[in-house]
Design a protein around this ligand. Structure first.
Ligand code: BMA
Length: 820
């Protein structure tokens, strides 16, 4: 197999429409310009200065002409004579976004109408030795989808309804956290592949069963052959302490056999064990000659979905290697509107942050993309399970034969590309389609929805055929009866926030598995500063409101802020208070559902990341700056959690453990004064079974009529010291007489890039935040409360010198009502 990468420098231009020009068009775009492949039209136009940065202020509005045009990409490339002697030369395009026509030397090679599918166009008969030209024309995705909508008749779809006709990342048509930047372009790698004897197709290592004693693995690969010579495939299997080699003759369409691995090293989700990775290298041989070689990496684990009738309805529990796993995680969206420019380092940073926040699962949401390989490789290594949606969101979808054909091909290719990754534990049909439909049509069945055929028939059949080792689930959310039930299946909890309910309502929710719930929080001040001018920096300026895409989003931020905090008097205070409310909201929900273990078996909040600078539900903003809620997540997802449940007049103390071993500890409950003085204290021994949750004790120390300057502090103590703590205050921050905490801090260098920052509080300090305005600065903890007289050391990693860090470090706490 010989291959030539066709990526790099290309040319591109807009094609002048025969009718009128779209509004605002920059006619310079009709000349040939330099382009970068893989890439998008938008990023190429930004690089050429034809459009400004659409993330800046409201410039998004000025670039809307881009998606109304057709665009042509073109490159010249050399074909060595030797290549043409091969039996086949294919053009392999991993992703064309979206309605594309491919021509080689002026002749039509093929078309594409789905950005999610990889294409292999036979190209040999179009090629000549020496210089060749490849051209790809992209139709306007918006005009094409509107045209299809007109022919088909409208569907019930949220946001831009015509989007349902385009097999294209649905968020690119605009979402309630993202701008409308409907891209086109060669968004993934493109290359030539030449071969003669044959090539391998879709090698797979499928775990049929696995116990600590033995795993049974099926190894298989298809073979596309040219000619009749006998071929064989050698498979070299490598693992943590094992290597073996097998050779099989190719019969029919390929090879397929099972092997037994004694004492396998099992792959576990984060927090439950290690993530050993095995590999299988497939080599296609014609006698001694190597025709093709492909490697797959896999992990040995089993997964199933446990759904058993119980008093609350029916359970919904993921079971890995026969162990129930309480799922803790977040929803994932594409990290940019322009996916080809996302560096691997961004995936690495975001997913490591998820792992460091004690998450064990990430949901790839159906309005984005089947993610890049690097995403799944990282999840495999970090022990992050993946709940993988198919790419459909919030609407009906066509059921025409041509659309179903596209969907079938897309699903087959997505499942085939991703099925070797141990991280993927579940395939899910779509995001919220059935739920929205049944909400709009009370009393209807999900089967009445146009598109039901896709999620009920087409997709599960693909999973059964190509990946029967994983469960398929029809939608998120789905369940028996109404498809967003609290009694069965999984749930999206949007009464809170979207339906204007405040976060204490979370504690009424008894869902079995929550794949979405969330609360907005503003991005960091410096993240907004990079896309605004000083005059914009007001919570209700047109520019800041433009950077919140939910209808009445800003109104909600302010309404919920008013419930808990005094109204902010500066933009910075708006950000700080907004982030604090978000953090407390997610904490309230996660602690509640963790206490219900396994009545509730999963908590995934909406959402981990962002695609542009915005006030959204994310806990990490688009500049990768964590919000307060991110640090809260590290605590509310800790393997052992001590929490306080407020009941009428009483405060229950709970300990929740995800550990596979029993826990012996002591709970200390204290009534504290802001000065740091302990007013009352009690201690209780705790003996907790593995993987369990227990109400340990209760007190009646705060509540109605109690002093607002007293609060409850609980700590969980083991021989290793304090392994968890939590606090409950007598009033909302706006009504707390918070004193000046008298914060002091010092910095010591631990190693070249690591520093210990010790913060001391003279009196109670709430939501202490350490800030250095530099992107490479990371703290291992932040946004925490400090009792009067207490100190805490935080590890800071940065490339700054100790002097620069001391100079630039700001440490502040929330201010109380009377200090505003
Ligand atoms: C659900 C998600 C997203 C949306 C979020 C916030 O509807 O699936 O579509 O962004 O809630 O509204």
């Amino acid at each position: 197999m010989k291959s030539i990468d066709l990526g790099g420098a290309w040319k591109f231009r807009g094609l002048r429409p025969s009718g009128s020009l779209p509004r605002g068009v920059n006619t310079k775009a009709f000349r040939w310009m330099d382009a970068t492949v893989p890439g998008t039209v938008h990023t190429d136009l930004i690089a050429r200065g034809i459009i400004g940065d659409p993330f800046y202020r409201m410039q998004e509005n000025q670039v809307q002409w881009v998606d109304a045009l057709r665009w042509e990409y073109r490159t010249d490339f050399q074909v060595p004579v030797g290549m043409l002697r091969e039996r086949a030369v294919d053009l392999v395009a991993r992703g064309l976004d979206t309605f594309a026509t491919v021509r080689c030397n002026g002749r039509r090679v093929g078309t594409s109408a789905d950005m999610f599918v990889e294409h292999r166009f036979p190209l040999r008969r179009f090629l000549r030795p020496g210089r060749n030209t490849l051209s790809i024309v992209f139709d306007s995705p918006v005009l094409r989808s509107k045209q299809m909508e007109k022919e088909h008749g409208p569907l019930e779809v949220v946001l831009e309804p015509h989007r349902a006709f385009a097999r294209k990342a649905q968020y690119s048509f605009g979402w309630d956290w993202g701008p409308k930047l409907t891209t086109s372009g060669i968004w993934r790698a493109i290359s030539l592949e030449a071969y003669s004897g044959g090539r391998l197709i879709d090698p797979v290592a499928q775990v049929l069963s696995a116990t600590p004693g033995e795993a049974v693995i099926r190894l298989a690969a298809g073979v596309r052959r040219h000619g009749v010579r006998p071929l064989s495939v050698r498979v070299f299997l490598g693992g943590p302490d094992r290597a073996a080699e097998y050779t099989r003759e190719v019969r029919g369409g390929g090879i397929r056999f099972t092997v037994r691995i004694p004492d396998p090293h099992l792959w576990w989700p984060n927090g439950h064990g290690a993530q050993p990775i095995y590999s299988a290298v497939f080599t296609l041989l014609d006698g001694g000659e190597v025709l093709d070689e492909q490697a797959v990496r896999f992990g040995i684990r089993t997964v199933r979905l446990l759904q058993e009738k119980d008093a609350g309805g029916k359970s919904f529990i993921l079971v890995v290697n026969d162990r129930r796993i309480f799922c803790k995680g977040a929803d994932w969206i594409p990290s940019d509107n322009f996916i080809p420019r996302i560096p691997h380092a961004t995936y690495d940073r975001l997913l490591r942050m998820a792992r460091d926040a004690n998450m064990n699962i990430i949901r790839v949401w159906g309005g984005g993309i089947y993610e890049e390989d690097v995403f799944y490789d990282l999840c495999d290594r970090l022990g992050l399970m993946v709940w993988q949606d198919f790419m459909f969101a919030c609407g009906e979808y066509p059921e025409t034969p041509s659309f179903l054909r596209l969907v079938l091909e897309e699903a087959e290719k997505a499942v085939t590309r991703l099925r070797n990754h141990p991280s993927i534990v579940l395939w899910c049909g779509n995001n919220e389609c059935e739920w929205l439909y049944c909400t709009e049509h009370p009393g209807s069945s999900p089967d009445d929805m146009t598109g039901a055929k896709i999620f009920r028939d087409v997709l599960p059949a693909v999973v059964r055929r190509l990946d029967p080792t994983r469960p398929y689930w029809r939608s998120s959310p789905f369940g028996e009866g109404f498809p967003n039930s609290e009694a069965t299946g999984n749930h999206h909890q949007w009464h809170v926030w979207s339906e204007w309910k405040d976060y204490p309502e979370y504690e009424k929710d008894s869902s079995r598995f929550v794949t979405e719930f969330g609360f907005q929080g503003p991005a960091a001040v410096s993240t907004f500063a990079a896309v605004t001018v000083p005059g914009d920096r007001h919570p209700q300026s047109p520019v800041i409101e433009h950077h919140n895409k939910q209808v009445a989003g800003t109104e909600r931020v302010i309404r919920f802020m008013a419930a808990h905090h005094s109204l902010p008097r500066s933009f910075e205070e708006f950000v700080v208070k907004g982030q604090h409310v978000q953090a407390e909201a997610l904490k309230t929900a996660a602690e509640h559902w963790r206490r219900r273990k396994y009545g509730t078996a999963g908590v995934l909040f909406w959402q981990l990341n962002d695609c542009w600078p915005v006030t959204s539900w994310s806990v990490i903003d688009s500049a990768l700056r964590p919000k307060a809620a991110y640090y809260y997540a590290r605590r509310f997802y800790a393997p052992v959690l001590v929490s306080i449940r407020k009941r009428e007049g009483a405060q229950e103390i709970w300990v929740t453990s995800d550990l596979p071993v029993p826990l012996t500890a002591e709970v200390e409950v204290a009534l504290m004064a802001f000065s740091g003085k302990t007013i009352r204290r009690k201690r209780r021994p705790v003996r907790l079974k593995p993987d369990a949750s227990l109400n340990v004790t209760e007190v009646r120390w705060i509540g109605e009529g109690a002093r607002a300057d007293r609060y409850l502090r609980v700590r969980l103590l083991t021989r290793d010291g304090v392994i968890g703590e939590n606090r409950l205050y007598a009033a909302e921050p706006k009504h707390l007489p918070l004193p000046d905490p008298g914060l002091r801090w010092s910095v010591a260098q631990m190693s070249r890039r690591l520093f210990a920052v010790t913060v001391r509080a003279r009196r109670l300090a709430r939501a202490v935040r350490l800030e250095v305005d530099r992107e490479d600065v990371m703290f291992d903890d932040n946004a925490f409360d400090l009792d009067g007289g207490a100190a805490k050391t935080v590890v800071c990693s940065t490339g700054l010198t100790i002097r620069a860090l001391r100079r630039r470090l700001r440490v502040e706490a929330l201010r109380g009502a009377e200090s505003v």
